[in-house]
Design a protein around this ligand. Structure first.
Ligand code: AMP
Length: 188
C-alpha cells in the first residue's frame, strides 16, 4: 500500500513477473470497466473523477469476481490499490479465508506528499492518454486526504498480525524493487 504516485503500480507489475503472481490493480480494473462503458465503470467514474473512493460494496464485489475467475490458476496474487479501507481489509480476510489462504505480507512505500504531487503531474504531462485524475492538483491532493483518512488505518490492521513492512519509496526503480523483493523472499 502507498499513496497514489508512489510508484506502487510500477513495482507491483515487476514483482508479479518475478514471483509469478497475478497483479490485480483495482484502479486498472475500474479504468477497464470504464473503457468498456459497463454500468460498473460508469458508476465508478463518478468517484474516480473527484479522487474519491468507489463505494466498498462495489469494489469488494468486483475483487471477489476477479479472485473467483483466477482461483487455482495462479501461484498467488499481488494486490495493488486494495484494500483501501478497513471494511475492504476485513472483506479480503473473509474472501481469502473462504479460499483457504491468507495475506503473506503487506508492503508500504513511503514518499512525501510534495514529491508525489510533482511525480503525478509529470506522469499526467508525459502520458499520451493521461488519466483525468492525474491532471488536476486539487484532485491529486484530495486522493491524499482520503488516503490519510481511510487507508492509513489499514496499516494497523496488518501491523496487528505482524504482516506489515514499510519501506522508503524514494530512490531508483531498481533500488526500490530490490528492497521489496528482499522482503517477499523472507516470507516465501
Ligand atoms: P489507482 O489507480 O489505484 O490510483 O486508483 C484510481 C481510482 O480508482 C481511485 O482514486 C479510486 O477512485 C478508485 N479505486 C481504486 N482502488 C480502489 C479501492 N480499493 N477502493 C475504492 N476505490 C478505488
Amino acid at each position: 500500500m502507498a499513496l497514489p504516485g508512489s510508484g506502487k503500480g510500477t513495482q507491483a507489475v515487476k514483482l508479479a513477473e518475478t514471483f509469478n503472481l497475478l497483479h490485480i490493480s483495482t484502479g486498472d480494473l475500474f479504468r477497464s470497466e470504464l473503457k468498456n462503458e459497463t454500468p460498473l465503470g460508469i458508476e465508478a467514474k463518478k468517484y474516480m473523477d473527484k479522487g474519491e473512493l468507489v463505494p466498498d460494496e462495489v469494489t469488494i464485489g468486483m475483487l471477489s469476481n476477479k479472485l473467483d475467475e483466477y482461483a487455482g490458476k495462479v501461484e498467488g496474487f499481488i494486490f495493488d490499490g486494495y484494500p483501501r479501507t478497513q471494511l475492504q481489509a476485513e472483506a479480503l480476510d473473509k474472501l481469502l479465508d473462504l479460499k483457504k489462504t491468507s495475506i503473506s505480507l503487506v508492503l508500504a512505500l513511503e514518499v512525501a506528499e510534495d514529491e508525489i504531487v510533482h511525480r503525478i503531474l509529470e506522469r499526467g504531462k508525459a502520458s499520451a492518454n493521461p488519466r483525468p485524475d492525474d491532471l488536476d492538483e486539487n484532485i491529486i491532493r484530495n486522493r491524499f486526504k482520503i488516503y490519510l483518512k481511510e487507508t492509513a488505518q489499514v496499516a494497523d490492521h496488518y501491523k496487528k498480525i505482524d504482516k506489515f513492512v514499510a519501506l522508503n519509496g524514494v530512490g531508483t526503480i531498481d533500488e526500490i524493487f530490490d528492497a521489496l523483493k528482499a522482503e517477499i523472499e523472507k516470507v516465501k
